[in-house]
Design a protein around this ligand. Sequence first.
Ligand SMILES: Nc1ncnc2c1ncn2[C@@H]1O[C@H](COP(=O)(O)OP(=O)(O)O)[C@@H](O)[C@H]1O
Ligand SMILES: [Mg+2]
Length: 262
Amino acid sequence: MDTDNNALLINNNKGKIGSTVLAIVSNKGGVGKTSAAICFGIYFATDQNKKTLIVELDSSPGDFGPLFDISNDNSLDIAIKFPERFKNYVKNIHKNLDVLKGFSNPINAEVITGLEMHRLFQFISEIYDVIILDTQSVLNGIIIDALKFSDAIILLSEPSIESLSRISELIFILNSKFLIDKNKFQLVINKKKIFDLFKIKDIAKILDFPVKGFISYDKKFNKSLIIFNINNLIRSRFNIEVSKLISNLISSGGIYGFTGKA
Ligand SMILES: Nc1ncnc2c1ncn2[C@@H]1O[C@H](COP(=O)(O)OP(=O)(O)O)[C@@H](O)[C@H]1O
Ligand SMILES: [Mg+2]
């Protein structure tokens, strides 16, 4: 029954929901997904003036709990159970920008069905224009389901041959096994280190996939600035580069269905 319903959702315009959905994905921890998700959130909430929600799909564990001081009682576990009341479980962190903490227990993430997730996102899409999904590096069923209804999937990679070849495998699996449209993938390289011997031309040797942007190492960047000093975060080189990157993605049509002000 559930499989049939899931199949229906997928066939029905890939289970598309009303909001613009962007997922940030990598196949390794510490690549900068949460940092990028926060800056994406700030960009849509402030530069685009869109009501924006960042949802943590990370129970590995994620860091929204300690970062935003959110308890396990206000998380995806309960929002999935009472989707019509999800507003009670989000936390506002800036004008137009709210966050929803991920599952407090990875087991809960395993037992949720695609249909339950979809129902919650339908309620969310009645309120929010843009939903940003911050994921964990090990993909599970709910993340794959969410990627199916995402309008863009930002793949973050380190600038190394190993990382890029793993990203290439990931694109292949998501596309061939899970039928996720290749055009949704937007590859971004986060340099994260000051010294980097990586050459751009190396990318072409291993990937037949365009790189949509680079993020430089920013020694002053720290994602907890979102709580302690959001103005410094907004002014950081990391955030400025991420904003430009999104703006370019929008103007090149890389975020399906979103035109906004580029
Ligand atoms: N370009 C960068 N320059 C400096 N520090 C970075 C950069 N990208 C990420 N970081 C730092 O790396 C660490 C891991 O980033 P995070 O966003 O938590 O990764 P993930 O969510 O992929 O595990 C954080 O401390 C973050 O501040
Ligand atoms: Mg993270």
